[in-house]
Design a protein around this ligand. Sequence first.
Ligand code: GDP
Length: 411
Amino acid sequence: MSDAGIDIRKIRNIGIAAHIDAGKTTTSERILFYTGKIHRIGEVHEGAATMDFMDQERERGITISSAATTCYWKEYMINLIDTPGHVDFTMEVERSLRVLDGAVAVFCAVGGVEPQSETVWRQLDKYRVPRIAFVNKMDRVGANFFDVMKQIKERLGANPVPIQLPMGAEDAFKGIIDLITMQAIEYADELGTRLELEEIPQAFLAEAKKWRERLIEALAEVDDEIMESYLEGREISEESIKRALRFGTISLKLVPMLCGSALKNKGIQLLLDAVIDYLPSPLDIPPVKGVDPRTGEEVIRHTDAEAPFTALAFKVLVDPYVGRVVYTRIYSGKLHTGMSVLNTNTGKKERIGRILRVHANKREDIESALAGTIVAIPGLKNTRTGDTLCDEKGPVVLEGMNIPEPVISLA
Ligand code: GDP
């Protein structure tokens, strides 16, 4: 296996950020479950497989202990990067934030914005990480989507825009109306059922129209084409709305908001759709900067498979089966087995014997990996967290913590 056929535009490197107890673990497990199920269609049984799969995973501790887990959703590769749940200002937290291109911020529908979620949010702000918000636990007593939205606006100073209207809350949380397509999804089962227009209660429909209008107004602020159509009273296509929303999210001007209940398997698949629709690909993010250790000159590396190899070791773990593995984000070029790379922090060369891609249920040996992806490399003796690995012909030490302006290219 290799990455040769991967389209970099179809990669999402994301983290799930939340204060403790909001549902980060449950949401991550559900994401791995649905992506695994879709990816391995025909291999797992429907229905009861849900809990079996998760219990097994939990026993083996794979989903929990991995620094980055690769899964697939609708032909997109999603690398779920573990962001520490406890928030301290260690270099480790900083590094894990640095390798993400986007984040899902999970809030509890009852607790809303809590002091700790504020700290996580500020860190994401510091690293200019675009994000979408998932209001979880809509089934709990006291759940209130709009209260949480108000808190995100007032306490976090963000510009949240609902892209779904919840139909009901608590025991009566029935589903959502998608404000972009105006389709209602009832969560009667895991997959949800699409309701016909006449099946949607009138009160929800009227409310959804109101919120859709607000969404368009928010988009008009960031998109001239929408502004024009809006002022002229023209119909705005689903495609234009999505494009403007993607732009608004990546430019950090807007935070699309969704809701659901991870525990009850409600809303996770639409959350995955939003990850691929609105969070950036490695081509949408700014290039990384570093210094040539020979000359002291600045080096810029774009996400480009043809550029010299440059990667950052962001986490070192001891894996029970493979031993010491170095989790690495490749920023440019290609990595392949048998290659020799330079660690510019130690000045030593390291040979790449194996490259692994870590999935929820297995480790996969791959022969090569491309810019924009994340891999685990066993057998590197001298590489520590924070080191730069690169092509010896184009040596670079990646800057510790650059906080660049976002480049909006919408690849
Ligand atoms: P984390 O600390 O953010 O990783 O949160 P967990 O995923 O461990 O969830 C904390 C608690 O909330 C657990 O007892 C979960 O079962 C529960 N929980 C998570 N999601 C939901 C949800 O959607 N609804 C309800 N009612 N409980 C949830």
